[in-house]
Design a protein around this ligand. Structure first.
Ligand code: ADP
Ligand code: MG
Length: 486
């Protein structure tokens, strides 16, 4: 562990490169299905395998998805796009080159808003979002001398989201990845599944003396399969790099691999082994020109974005920032809540119900919110029943709500009647009960009147008992006070 003093001497700098597999039906340049989890080498064609004489063709949907990401990040959209061959040999790269965007990425610049656990907000600056195709997969089975190759993944459309060296802590990197995952899911361009490799992240890490104007030499860390592991890898590099510099050693630009079991990184290759990829424009593809019409058509398909919903929840519904962040974490829940707010005006109560009971029910029942058994109308009615004093909040959350989950055909009011949960808030029906209680406790009434105000709780308890828990506490208190003070 480094001392606080050493940590404070240096500034940590991180730049992330995030690959997101696009949810298109077919591949980037061929018609083979883009599906995860199929038997090896069944989702392939002569184009994917790079047979001589075959010609690639651009997937329009993949381009549209990349544009959507750019629009969501306020990037500048490049209108004239050229794909380039990045030449290198790899067993799972059947063509011997990867098609990517070298110069002129489809989205230039832009920002992604993040929020840290302590509430700090920041706009992370993007360098670019570019398009490329994925390679196949080499499979090394334990105990086997041979490596197996599965080409199903070859040609899967990817966007690579590249930040500027703008992140300053593992917390910021974690928040950025969370936000990118949220964004691609809102946009429906990627499923955001890191375990299945739909979202992958390389972390570039360097340190420099605080106040220095030039960035330190960076290392690039690969093979982290969760956000948590990206966090751990950065933390490890942070310490390792400071340790190196403090020991008078030189940081070498290299690619390192992260080991989740040990939490350590190890060198994979250094800059000296760097390939010269000899990029050149793909001669078999004409440039992809994005016309105004096309751009506008994509704009028309843009869904509401998390930051827009967040703003609405705060500005229009008057919710705390915490609620708005929580509710917009998932698009489905955010939209469900938004719909609920068209049925009730008690937005804070609606937020509390969704953040609490509804969210826990969804988790417990492993339900998607679209399959939630309680309708917006019913939940709004439940909120109204509490607001009008017909059902106490306790009865609503502990008895009525669980029953609503089970029976979709009965209205909340019907259930409340069936379970005998309707509060006596009618003064005329409560008055006799209150009078009875006071008459039965004449001695205590005397004590109360001579100053022992604490006895109120005892009277209240008796009224509740006599009314079988259905007395509206507000009305009961009012009647008790009235009768006791006279
Ligand atoms: P390379 O040419 O090595 O791929 P790039 O300039 O393309 O480097 O940057 C790749 C990623 O590394 C980007 O996300 C960028 O923000 C990040 N990066 C660049 N320099 C540094 C640095 N000194 N420290 C941390 N990250 C850096
Ligand atoms: Mg790079």
């Amino acid at each position: 562990m480094l001392s606080e003093e050493l940590r404070n001497k240096y500034q940590l700098i991180i730049g992330l490169e995030v690959h997101a597999q696009l949810l298109t039906e077919s591949k980037m340049f061929a018609a083979d299905a883009n599906e995860y989890g199929k038997s090896p080498n069944t989702q392939i064609s002569v184009i994917t395998l790079g047979h001589p004489g075959t010609l690639p063709k651009v997937n329009r949907k993949a381009i549209a998805f990349a544009i959507k990401m750019g629009l969501a990040c306020n990037s500048e959209i490049t209108r004239y796009n050229v794909f380039a061959r990045k030449n290198y040999f790899y067993p799972d790269l059947p063509k011997g080159y990867q098609l990517t965007q070298d110069k002129g990425p489809i989205c230039v610049g832009g920002t992604v808003p993040i929020q840290l656990p302590d509430g700090t907000k920041k706009e992370v600056i993007l360098n670019r979002v570019h398009m490329e195709e994925d390679a196949g997969k080499s499979i090394h089975l334990a105990g086997e001398a041979d490596t197996l190759v599965d080409f199903n993944r070859a040609g899967t459309p990817l966007i690579e989201i590249v930040t500027e060296p703008d992140l300053k802590s593992p917390e910021e990197a974690y928040a950025f990845l969370t936000e990118v995952k949220k964004l691609v899911k809102y946009l429906d361009v990627c499923d955001g599944n890191m375990e299945e490799g739909s979202l992958r992240c390389d972390a570039n890490v360097s340190v420099m003396l605080k106040g220095a104007t030039e960035l330190g030499k960076k290392v690039e860390v690969k093979n982290m399969n969760s956000f948590r592991n990206v966090f751990r890898a950065i933390e490890h590099e942070h310490e390792r790099l400071i340790g190196l510099i403090e020991a008078g050693e030189e940081v070498i630009s290299e690619t390192r691999t992260f080991d989740a079991n040990t939490g350590l990184t190890a060198s994979m290759r250094t800059k000296e082994d760097l390939n010269d990829y000899r990029y050149f424009p793909e001669p078999d593809l004409s440039p992809v020109v994005i016309s105004d019409e096309w751009l506008n058509a994509v704009k028309a398909t843009m869904p509401v974005l998390p930051r827009e919903l967040h703003k609405k929840f705060v500005d229009v519904y008057g919710l705390p920032d915490y609620d708005a962040s929580f509710l917009t974490e998932s698009k489905e829940v955010a939209l469900w809540f938004n719909e609920l707010c068209s049925k009730t005006k008690n937005y804070k109560a609606a937020s509390n119900w969704v953040m609490g009971p509804v969210k826990s029910s969804l988790n417990e029942l492993s339900l998607h919110v679209d399959d939630f058994p309680i309708s917006h109308e019913s939940l709004a009615t439940l909120i109204a029943l509490v607001d009008e004093g017909k059902v106490s909040y306790t009865a609503a959350s502990q008895n009525l709500y669980p029953e609503m989950l089970k029976s979709a055909t009965e209205s909340p009011m019907e259930i409340a009647h069936r379970l005998n949960l309707i509060q006596e808030s009618d003064e005329s029906s409560l008055r006799p009960i209150v009078e009875e209680v006071l008459a039965a406790n004449a001695g205590k009434v005397k004590e109360y009147r001579s100053g022992k105000k604490g006895l109120m709780g005892l009277f209240m308890g008796q009224v509740m008992k006599k009314s079988q828990g259905k007395a509206d506490p507000k009305v009961a208190t009012k009647l008790l006070t009235e009768l006791l003070e006279n």
